[in-house]
Design a protein. Structure first.
Length: 399
């Protein structure tokens, strides 16, 4: 509760002395604006010739409102609470981790952010763990573009290893000449083409599922180079981490520094190990952590005793939208053969996954079977909430 107390450095316009009463009402100090009640602070400050730092707040609010309207135009609904927080960080050009449970819109936010930047003449790279997720994201971005009058000129470039020879040649030509606004690639592509990617600059690099990137320290270096850090800067930061000799006893964080892009990473289960992941904190001011709270509109079923007959009975009751988790591929092959012989339309992750995933997506398959592990394709390779209804675990899950 405001008491009229005065505080140094609290005026939102000049940084001078202001009362808690005026601060509570969002007003600058009396030297900047004498009125106690006013509808448009920005216009009044500008009219009086006292406009200073309030310009920054006003500009940010205008950008935030524009992003909110942009999002609502595409989806016909407002940003969620999570997404409003992410939007503020994004518009402040901050690098950060999207910490949230599965299904609340992390990937959607990354796609919209890249399209928003593209319409403002900036480049983005979107990195996905699998080809299927990359393809889905490409299709979704094309759908978003169709809803916007001024988005026809946005160039989206997708790498898919299943492309024909002629399309691969076209991709290579556009990739090397940077003929794109949004580049959609996989983690494997980052590893294979780090020599080229490290020399490019992106205003935004969005990594959907950072766990796959963390497997290779060289990938981390490549991501940092893609947003403007030099090899020398990365090496010096790595050395600081090794020796623990911080300037003035504190971390030398350069988050938001000039001439650097943004790195936004998404994961609900990240378990970073080793020295290299600490570079995100050292250079960008954020850490990759693990989110342990999960809410999903999916029914989880565990069959304690591994009975193929019981499994078939349950699948016949549930009928469709089923992910089946087994402990090993060998076990899975036996189970899949049994279910298929009994009329179940089932696909697997270990044989033509991309093709069978499309069949599942098109409702031509009712079940997909995969190995239960943190980095399994059923865990990392699917973003299809409209189709997935049930998860069945045969035996004790390893997840």
């Amino acid at each position: 509760m405001a008491t009229g107390a005065k505080y140094y450095h609290s005026c939102i316009n000049c940084g001078g002395i202001n009362t808690d009463t005026r601060n509570e009402n969002g007003l600058p100090c009396e030297q900047c604006l004498s009125q106690k009640q006013i509808n448009d602070i920005y216009k009044s400050l500008k009219k009086m010739g006292t406009l200073k730092d309030y310009q920054l707040y006003w500009n940010f609010q205008q950008n935030l409102n524009a992003f909110k309207m942009f999002f609502e135009h595409i989806f016909q609904k407002p940003l969620t609470g999570y997404q409003r927080t992410w939007a503020r960080r994004f518009l402040l050009s901050k690098s950060f981790t999207l910490v949230a449970p599965t299904g609340v819109g992390k990937t959607t936010f990354g796609l919209v952010a890249s399209l928003f930047l593209a319409l403002n003449g900036k480049k983005s790279a979107l990195v996905f763990p699998t080809i299927s997720l990359a393809q889905q994201s490409f299709e979704r971005l094309e759908e978003f573009k169709a809803k916007l009058e001024n988005a026809n000129t946005v160039k989206i470039l997708l790498f898919n290893s299943l492309m024909t020879k002629s399309r691969k040649e076209e991709f290579e030509k556009r990739f090397l000449s940077c003929d794109f606004d949004i580049l959609i690639i996989t983690t494997q592509f980052v590893s294979k083409r780090k020599d080229v990617l490290s020399k490019m600059f992106f205003d935004l690099v969005f990594v959907d599922d950072v766990d796959a990137i963390l497997k290779s320290s060289k990938n981390i270096d490549t991501l940092l180079q893609m947003i403007g850090f030099s090899e020398d800067e990365i090496e010096k930061a790595t050395e600081r981490l090794r020796t623990k000799n911080k300037e003035n006893g504190q971390d030398t964080v350069s988050n938001g520094s000039k001439n650097k892009g943004m790195l936004i990473v998404s994961s609900a289960t990240a378990k970073p190990q080793g020295l290299k992941p600490l570079l995100f904190r050292e250079l960008l001011g954020f850490e990759i952590g693990r989110f342990t709270f999960n809410i999903r509109n999916i029914t989880n079923i565990r069959i304690k005793k591994k009975s193929k007959e019981k499994l078939l009975e349950i699948i016949n009751i549930l009928k469709d939208g089923i992910l089946l988790f087994v402990n090993t591929e060998e076990e899975g092959k036996e189970i899949v053969k049994f279910l298929a012989e009994n009329g179940v339309k089932i696909g697997t992750t270990w044989s033509n996954f991309d093709e069978e995933f499309e069949l599942f997506k098109e409702e031509k398959l009712n079940v997909i079977c995969g190995v239960s592990s943190y980095y399994g394709k059923l865990i990392r390779g699917i973003d299809l909430p409209e189709r997935i209804k049930y998860c069945i675990f045969l035996g004790n899950s390893k997840i």
